[in-house]
Write a protein that binds this ligand. Structure first.
Ligand code: SF4
Length: 762
């Protein structure tokens, strides 16, 4: 049998992927996890018990079981087989979760106050009383001066009751500046608000999809909930489905997902939205769309047709995307004629901000194909009222503070639909615009790593007091004035709302497996204590004696809904789902604490009352920054990898150990380029280079890969830390600071996908 280049690529890359997806290596991985999780002193003897909980390492919300020895030492995390999403499976990060708990070298063990200059690492351990006193004094003083709005809080916690608690605290205190970093879910809500006239989440019925058109979603590298996507992938590859299910991956690299796809389209970087509109043009012109749904539910088709005929004909699209016209027509035909097709957006793991233009353009394909609120398609999911907070009564100081504009410019007349623009906060703080920041809280975020130190330091010079809630001495905590150590998710009460991308409501409750190993608290506990210290209306906003009561309040909402059931037994067979009945709230709460997860398979999707309006889509791509192609002839494409965390969480040692030589060789980062590109630059395998953009430079080694689109450099995200233990510190390079971004004119979000760079041999 002849093996062509494509097949060889599939084999070479697919082999690596296979180790993650086939059952046998999963068992080996599990064994490795067990081995690695046993580092440090482990009790040799003792009774074994299991506790159900929920993983909080990503917004996936998987159900977990923690194996304990003598109820003192956690020795293993495994998937809960009764959980409707992960069904006993876990991603490698979840398997390695105990390393965050026993990460002794990196965990902060007590509140710390800075001594000496910022960033010099002189810390003095203090008591919680002293830490809370230091903050309370400042918060009181700012309120007395009518300056509560100059307090800001950037919250990187996954959505749940605790993040709502933090947002409510700022509101009761009188600051409009509760700010979250970019989340794909927010962009999804803007898409539904503009196109469907209703603000809803976008969820996916992937296991039943039969044609998956993925615009750069790293489906097999951590996109959405990896367990959910993994099950869908297995479903698509079942013998009975093989002929029907087809995965088409559109991205410039033969990534893990592209290599496992049925078709890989190596698009010119940054033109995904244009390709989507090119496909829409063909579908409308040829009449290959779901006429019944489009006629019944939409308006504005004629205007859309005119626009597409003017700017997005196959010839025009082929020229911009560098995809042959015939391929464009074939993709449009295959997508529109497939049973249960779906088009996906959200690059990498979904953490790389894309433009509203791109998201809307791709979503239009779903509308044209009739894939909204249909099996295998996209479900618009209304928010579920997990928690109903007591009515908030504000005092005059808070009312005045909340009347001020936000520091990040979100929800302003310019960006009325955008709830958070964290990207603007540090720039505005540095310029003291629209007013200075006097106190900054950072909760589980690491902006120094994700934005670069220079950017953050400019803002820091103008902020007199920075408080960091963090479990680790990361790059940002190291520059703070006060560090409040956060309990690990196995040591605290917490919860999660929904599993990312899953088309039914699901609530996960996390409980302390044992008391905190060190002198730590959850950020929710700290906020309750601060509210108490501030007294009056701020204290009144939180009628909870203990943090546990906040989650009980959320549970009451579930109980009162009379919907759903708990993970207290095997999953119901298809068509046999029924909500559970509980005689009292106390019984429900007791069972929820024991089982960890509530879910409702009878979820109703949201379609809005009005028509879905194509003309509401502002189909204008953000203009790339004008840069000299001569000076910077290549595209740098950041890559998200399943085995590499690239945000607040450091990579656990177990996963770093598994990184291949296409990511890291000894302590040097490896970047991938096509052999042709290498030849044109006189580079060869292993050449040491510098990747330079207009924003900075990083060092790397070259890896030649036929599956890399010529003219591009593919750089993994997540290495290059200046903090943490020797498994991470000073290993590889961090590409975030050299990425370029443009501001999306519709949302105000910074879109950072492809950056112009040059490679210099060193
Ligand atoms: S997908 Fe997320 S929630 Fe699930 S096991 Fe992995 S890290 Fe935990």
């Amino acid at each position: 049998m002849a093996i062509d280049r494509r097949d060889f690529l599939k084999f070479a890359v697919g082999g690596a992927v296979g180790t993650m997806l086939t059952p046998l290596p999963w068992v080996s991985m599990d064994e490795a996890a067990k081995w690695t999780q046993r580092w440090g002193p482990v009790l040799q003897r003792g009774g074994t018990s299991f506790l159900n909980s929920v993983c909080r390492l990503c917004p996936g919300g998987c159900g977990i079981r923690i194996r304990l020895i003598e109820q003192k030492r956690a020795v293993k995390i495994e998937g809960n087989p009764n959980h409707p999403v992960n069904r006993g499976g876990l991603c490698p990060l979840g398997l390695a979760g105990l390393q965050y708990l026993y990460y002794e070298e990196n965990r902060i063990k007590t509140p710390l106050k800075r001594d000496g200059a910022r960033g010099f690492g002189d810390w003095r351990p203090i008591t919680w009383e002293e830490a809370l006193y230091q903050i309370t004094v400042r918060l009181k003083e700012l309120r007395e001066k009518d300056l509560p709005h100059t307090v800001a809080l950037v919250d990187g916690e996954k959505p749940g009751s605790q993040s709502q608690l933090l947002a409510r605290f700022l509101k009761a205190y009188g600051s409009p500046n509760y700010i979250r970093p970019f989340q794909l879910s927010e962009l999804e809500e803007i898409v539904t608000q503009t196109l469907h006239g209703v603000r809803a989440g976008i969820t996916l019925d992937l296991p039943r999809s039969r044609y998956i058109l993925s615009f750069g979603a790293a489906l097999l590298d951590g996109w959405g909930n990896p367990s959910w996507v993994g099950q869908a992938f297995q479903e698509w590859r079942q013998e009975s489905q093989k002929a029907k299910a087809r995965l088409v991956q559109i991205e410039p690299l033969a990534s893990t997902t592209a290599s496992m796809a049925d078709e890989w389209v190596a698009i010119r970087p940054g033109t995904e939205g244009i390709l989507a509109l090119g496909l829409a043009q063909v579908m409308i012109e040829k009449g290959w769309f779901h006429k019944e749904l489009v006629q019944a539910r939409t308006i504005g088709l004629e205007g859309l047709r005119d626009l597409l005929n003017k700017n997005y004909t196959p010839d025009q699209t082929a020229k911009t995307t560098e995809i042959p016209k015939e391929t464009i027509e074939k993709l449009a035909q295959d997508f529109s004629s497939a049973e249960q097709p779906v088009a996906l957006w959200g690059k990498g793991k979904g953490e790389l901000p894309i433009s509203l233009f791109e998201a809307q353009a791709i979503h239009i394909l779903n509308i044209l194909a009739g894939s909204i609120n249909r099996p295998g398609g996209v479900y618009l999911q209304p928010g579920f009222p997990y928690i109903s907070w007591p009515k908030l009564s504000l005092d005059k100081t808070a009312e005045k503070g909340l009347a001020q504009p936000r520091l990040d410019g979100a929800m302003s007349p310019k960006y009325p639909k955008t709830g958070n623009l964290a990207c603007n906060l540090f720039e505005n703080a540095a310029r003291k615009t629209p007013y200075p920041v006097n106190l900054l809280f950072l909760n589980e975020v690491n902006p120094v790593f994700c934005l670069g130190e220079r950017h953050f330091l400019r803002a820091l010079e103008k902020i007199p007091f920075v408080v960091c809630f963090s479990s680790f001495m990361d790059e940002t905590a190291n520059l703070a004035d006060l560090i409040l150590p956060v309990s690990n998710f196995l040591e605290r009460w917490d919860d999660s709302y929904n599993c990312q991308g899953v088309p039914f409501p699901i609530y996960g409750l996390t409980k302390p497996v044992f008391p905190p190993l060190y002198d730590t608290k959850s950020s929710g506990e700290t906020i309750l204590a601060l509210a108490k210290n501030l007294g009056e209306k701020v204290e009144e906003a939180f009628p909870f004696e203990k943090i546990e009561e906040v989650f009980k309040q959320a549970a009451r909402g579930l109980f009162n809904s009379k919907k759903g059931r708990l993970t207290d037994g095997p999953l119901p067979e298809a068509g046999k789902y029924a909500p559970a009945h509980f005689e009292s709230f106390d019984k429900f709460w007791e069972q929820l604490v024991a089982q960890g997860t509530w879910y409702d398979l009878e979820n109703k999707s949201e379609g809005g009352k009005g028509k879905w309006d194509f003309s509401a889509a502002t189909l204008q791509a953000p203009a790339p920054r004008p840069q000299s192609l001569k000076e910077y002839p290549l595209w740098l494409i950041p890559q998200s990898l399943m085995l590499l965390q690239s945000g607040y969480l450091p990579n656990p040692p177990f996963l770093t150990k598994y990184l291949g030589e296409e990511v890291l060789i000894k302590n040097t980062l490896v970047v991938q380029i096509h052999p042709e590109t290498a030849r044109s630059l006189s580079l060869s395998e292993g050449s040491p280079v510098e990747i330079q953009s207009a924003n900075g430079r990083i060092k790397a080694l070259i890896h030649l890969f036929e599956g890399a689109r010529p003219g591009c450099v593919f750089v993994p995200l997540g290495m290059g830390h200046k903090a943490f233990d020797p498994t991470l510190k000073d290993r590889g390079a961090n590409p975030y600071p050299i990425l370029d971004s443009v501001v999306d004119p519709q949302t105000g979000m910074e879109v950072a996908w492809a950056t112009r760079v040059k490679i210099v041999k060193v």
